[in-house]
Write a protein that binds this ligand. Sequence first.
Ligand code: ATP
Ligand code: MG
Length: 181
Amino acid sequence: MYLKRVELQGFKSFADKSVIEFEPGVTGIVGPNGCGKSNITDAIRWVLGEKSAKAMRGDTMTDVIFSGSEDRKPLNMAEVTLVFDNEDHYLDNDSNEVEITRRIYRDGGDAEYYINRQQCRLKDITDLVMDTGLGRDSLSIISQNSINAFVQSKPEERRGMFEEAAGVARYKQRKKESVAK
Ligand code: ATP
Ligand code: MG
């Protein structure tokens, strides 16, 4: 399983539909300051269920929608799709390619989520990626300030990171759900 493609439309600086293809292995994204490199990792975390506007470097979640430029009006919708190669069926889904989409409208309404173009709940996405190393809080994306956060975190928080990395978060979540029922 690997991230094959990211498609962005109306997300932050990506006003027009942009398709970014990745190959297996290591990819470097380079470019001048402010050209949109971090916006790409923001987009990936956003689709995987990031709920904090602050973590998206905004005040409210609608701040991820293209806010206009000198020669362009703001847009009303942002949509990002992640396409994973799933030939090894590492993700628990029968398809060889799994597309996960999140969409948000400026004039309200909750975010919409889709798996392979079928509308779903955020929980379906969280369940799909839990313990795969891809989750919202996973260590697959380490942002500039997260090393500090790791060093300064409380022991229980740090334990949570190890649990995610070790793949036991899924079982803890299921236990919590069954105890709650
Ligand atoms: P650096 O090398 O400094 O880390 P970067 O390539 O990571 O830069 P980003 O932080 O990804 O840059 O992009 C910042 C740019 O994205 C800024 O020009 C900012 O105006 C633009 N931007 C962020 N949010 C929006 C939005 N909602 N609408 C339009 N542009 C946006
Ligand atoms: Mg950056």
